[in-house]
Design a protein around this ligand. Structure first.
Ligand SMILES: C[S@@+](CC[C@H](N)C(=O)[O-])C[C@H]1O[C@@H](n2cnc3c(N)ncnc32)[C@H](O)[C@@H]1O
Length: 330
């Protein structure tokens, strides 16, 4: 197997500065990855970090750091949407900071066997964790209409209907089980000029987001962070595309103002803002960081500080197709 280069943290210094880690503080690094953010937090003496990742190889890759951290780093293999339960299992009902660096790591993207990349030939998997349906399962099972919706909503692909039609026609001939097979099918429908992104980019992004339920995970994790952060605790989120950034931006905008209560619970009194926004505009990487690491190009950092106010009512359930429904064929 070709060796995979370690993940280079994006906006790590800025995200950790937003957390403002202090001696005695407890911080959740919800996307441990290669441990870049955790290392920066642990560099502040007396801090403790709970690192979460749904990818077992990220967790095992962090064991060295656990050994060197003198009991200050605990790693948990789980989804970050469970972060409140994860903290409770560690005996913590409140923490001083939560940081998230959403998306895939370069270790995941660069390993052909993980099936994330249309540039590398591998099985059509795309799962960050090890449970649940693979991208090949989705491609084999979803209706043409669901495939078109998934590719349009999560990939913002204008030709989503044509791509879905081509997938359904191709799967009647033979199962689509490799990244290469899917990339070829998409490239026959979506044309791109030599200096444009690869025609399969948007379809692969859509499937990856859908298979890993990335938007649901983010939405639930933000709400969980609102519940576990102490007053004065900080939340910092780095995202890589507009779909994620919109969720973070809307969540913070909603929590940053007085809530008139839930539509469903009209008797609930108005709630004061549960977060004070620290980044009026998102922070973006410097030109130097982008030159050194082109994957940083689209990153955005938003941060906020938890107030004394109670957590607001949960946001409405998602309007996008869910993995459970699509795989059930409902
Ligand atoms: C961009 S990398 C994080 C890199 C890390 N900040 C660093 O500096 O090394 C994102 C990591 O988050 C993990 N991840 C993504 N979504 C997750 C989720 N819902 N629950 C837990 N881990 C998740 C991925 O498996 C991946 O390892």
């Amino acid at each position: 197997m070709t060796p995979v280069a370690p993940h280079i943290s994006v906006l790590g210094r800025e995200a950790v500065e937003m957390l403002d880690p202090r001696d005695g503080g407890i911080y959740v690094d919800a996307t441990f990855g290669a441990g870049g953010y955790s290392r920066l937090i642990l560099a502040v003496p007396g801090t403790r970090v709970i690192g979460i990742d749904r990818d077992r190889s990220a967790i095992t890759g962090g064991f060295d750091l656990v050994d060197r951290a003198d009991g200050r780093l605990t790693l948990v293999e789980d989804r970050f949407s469970n972060l409140a339960d994860i903290c409770a299992a560690q005996g913590l009902n409140a923490v001083d900071g939560v940081v998230m660096d959403i998306g895939v790591s370069s270790m995941q993207l660069d390993q052909a066997a993980r099936g994330f990349s249309f540039r590398l030939s591998g099985p059509l998997d795309m799962r960050m964790g090890h449970a649940g349906p693979t991208a090949a399962d989705v491609i084999a099972t979803a209706s043409e209409r669901d495939l078109a919706d998934i590719i349009y909503l999560f990939g913002e692909e204008r030709h989503s209907r044509g791509v879905a039609r081509a997938i359904v026609a191709a799967r009647k001939e033979a199962p689509i089980t490799t990244t290469q097979a899917l990339a070829d099918i998409v490239a026959r429908v979506v044309r791109s000029k030599p200096n444009e992104i690869h025609p399969a980019t948007r379809t692969f992004q859509a499937l990856r987001i859908f298979v890993n339920e990335e938007l649901d995970e983010l939405q639930r994790a933000l709400t969980a962070a609102e519940h576990v952060l102490k007053p004065g605790g900080r939340l910092a989120v780095v995202s890589f595309h507009s779909l994620e950034d919109r969720i973070v931006k809307n969540f913070l905008a909603e929590r940053g103002k007085v809530s008139s209560g839930s539509r469903h619970l009209p008797e609930v009194a108005q709630l004061a803002p549960s977060f004070k926004i620290l980044t009026k505009r998102p922070l973006t990487p410097s030109e130097d960081e982008i030159a050194a690491n082109p994957r940083a190009r689209s990153a955005k950092l938003r941060a906020a500080e938890r107030t004394e106010a109670s957590a607001h009512a949960e946001s409405a359930p998602p309007s996008w197709p869910t993995l459970e429904r699509v795989m059930r064929g409902g």
